[in-house]
Design a protein around this ligand. Structure first.
Ligand SMILES: [Zn+2]
Length: 424
């Protein structure tokens, strides 16, 4: 995947290598971030609720921001912290420009304690670097669980990413028992709070049970069901919902100046998560993989065994995560075909820049068994997950897809695979 070069500072520049697909070309993508309110995408109702409580001085002792990944929980946490400490707040909203606000957004404020879980052997500098990136862009995927290496989107973690007891019972307790350095609130933002081990969770429960004066805990979680119910019940619960495609695409356009039609495509693929959208947008493989999907379908239809073998070998050399993504893109294309077949021109398709190919497919292959094709690709995803012979999987997938495209009845991928003489 793309090597993303980040230059920290008041503006963040993310370089994405240029590429060209279907007339779309991109060079330098500039990621700029304005602070405060501009941080949170959508979620207006939540922003209003929070600023109203800040303005009325009715702030809860503990909040739990929960909801899907990439919906803005961390952004809202930082925004709330800034609003609580800002030198010139207006109606409970941070000014974004004062010295205090900028220190909150650069993890430089002594009264804001931002935390993330990490594997046991992690150095403190590595944690600090990620916290800085998180505060800079709270939608960026920088946690140790999903992004064990910041240099690669492919790396997979096999380490336990947790809060151990001492971090809660000692570090956090000490931080929150100190009196405020600057005379205001002391705030702890505990991201991925469901990652507390039992002993850590119990220690945290104790902290919640003895609320200090002017302290605020803000917990975020994608999986609140994994938290102690006794912790949940002591927090004010704020539920974040998935972002709409429009919210994501306009944020992509505004924040990283991504081409509008590409933004719309990426937004639909991001499934309500701006974090996922950013990952997709910064992946230069996205566009080459999408082209590969169409080429692979074409080779499957032609049943040209030499071409199919070449594609299978090419796919075989890719990482497992990339292959899963490739199959996901195939599914998104097939869903578009199904939608287009039923609804026609008005279909809300995802691959907007490939509308011509989608139209052509539906016109030229009216008898294609699209539902069977979806099932075949879903089966292939399972086989990829199970470490099957990948080269063979993609050869047989192409053969069976070719049959389904011609309207023939297919028995499923596993059945066809077991017919393969190569397996005997
Ligand atoms: Zn301010």
């Amino acid at each position: 995947m793309t090597a993303v070069t980040t230059v920290t500072g008041p503006r963040k520049y993310t370089r994405v290598d240029s590429f060209q697909t279907h007339g779309i070309s991109r060079g330098l993508i500039v990621v700029s971030r304005s602070m405060g309110n501009a941080l949170l995408i959508g979620q207006e109702r939540i922003a209003e609720t929070l600023s109203a409580s800040v303005a009325a001085n009715r702030v809860a002792h503990a909040y739990l921001f929960y909801g899907p990944e990439g919906s803005g929980k961390k952004a809202a946490s930082l925004q709330l912290a800034a609003a609580l400490l800002c030198e010139h707040p207006a109606e409970g909203v941070a000014c974004d420009t004062c010295n205090t606000c900028s220190r909150v957004f650069s993890v430089g404020h002594p009264d804001v304690h931002l935390m993330m879980p990490y594997p046991k052997d992690t150095g403190i500098e590595a944690v600090r670097e990620r916290l800085r990136l998180l505060a800079e862009n709270p939608y960026a995927v920088v946690d140790f669980e999903r992004r064990p290496s910041l240099d690669s989107m492919e790396a997979v973690s096999n380490k336990q990413v947790v809060y151990v007891r001492d971090r809660i019972a000692q570090d956090l307790r000490r931080e929150m028992s100190l009196s405020s350095v600057e005379g205001g609130f002391r705030i702890a933002i505990i991201t991925d709070a469901d990652r507390m081990r039992v002993e850590a969770a119990n220690a945290f429960l104790k902290l919640l049970e003895e609320p200090g004066d002017r302290t605020v805990f803000i917990l975020t979680s994608d999986r609140p069901d994994r938290m102690l119910s006794t912790i949940r019940s002591r927090c004010q619960l704020i539920r974040f919902s998935r972002l709409s495609d429009e919210e994501i695409s306009s944020a992509l356009f505004e924040r990283i100046q991504l081409d509008e039609s590409v933004s719309r495509t990426v937004a639909r693929m991001a499934d309500g998560s701006f974090s996922r959208a950013l990952d997709l947008a910064s992946s230069d493989e996205l566009f080459s993989l999408r082209t590969l999907v169409i080429e692979y379908f074409r080779a499957s239809y032609k049943s040209d065994s030499e071409q199919v073998t070449n594609y299978a070998e090419r796919l075989n050399r890719m990482g497992r995560e990339t292959l899963k993504f490739f199959l996901q893109l195939m599914l998104s294309w097939l869903r578009d075909l199904l939608l287009y077949k039923i609804v026609g021109d008005e279909a809300p398709i995802v691959n907007l820049d490939q509308t011509v190919e989608i139209e052509r497919f539906c016109k030229n292959l009216p008898t294609a068994r699209l539902e069977s094709m979806v099932e075949l690709v879903e089966e292939a995803s399972i086989l990829v997950e199970r470490n099957m012979n990948l080269r063979l999987t993609f050869i047989v997938l192409a053969q069976t897809l070719g049959q389904a495209m011609k309207g023939e009845v297919v028995n499923g991928l596993v059945a066809s695979l077991s017919d393969e003489p190569l397996l005997v």
